[in-house]
Design a protein around this ligand. Structure first.
Ligand code: 2BA
Length: 107
């Protein structure tokens, strides 16, 4: 068994969740925040059999889109605003970790 941790854009999370559930996969959604942009994103916890991992990744890939985001025009440090040169970063589709599960207990 594997545990997938998939970080997706908030705008894609409903489509990812709906399509995972429609295909019978069980997922838990967590509201998370990216360390770099400090913007909200969604982390899915998905426990699944080894042979279903590729299908799960396929669904996440299909419904997670790349986006350009501008960062760095204003940063706040200790209540002081600093202006810097805006930088464009590409965010997503999804960042996915696949972990081995030693044991899964449902009781
Ligand atoms: P954030 O940390 O807010 O990062 C948003 C986007 O900013 C990243 O998109 C990447 O394009 C850029 N970025 C992040 N750190 C950077 C840095 N030190 N220098 C320059 N650019 C940087 P993605 O790579 O698609 O990541 C989207 C979100 O997925 C991240 O949001 C973070 O929440 C998560 N994530 C990505 N890689 C991760 C990792 N190795 N470990 C944990 N979380 C990760």
């Amino acid at each position: 068994m594997k545990l997938l941790l998939a970080i997706v854009n908030n705008d894609d999370s409903a489509a990812v969740a709906n399509n995972l559930t429609a295909k019978g996969h069980i997922a838990t959604k967590l509201s998370t925040t990216g360390g770099f942009l400090k913007a909200g994103n969604t982390t899915f916890l998905i426990g699944t059999d080894d042979e279903k991992v590729e299908e799960v990744i396929g669904i996440i890939k299909t419904f997670s889109h790349k986006r350009k985001q501008v960062v760095g025009d204003e940063t706040e440090f200790d209540f002081t605003l600093f202006k810097s040169v805006p930088v464009e970063v590409t965010v997503g589709g999804a960042a996915i970790f696949v972990l081995d599960v030693e044991n899964f207990i449902k009781c």
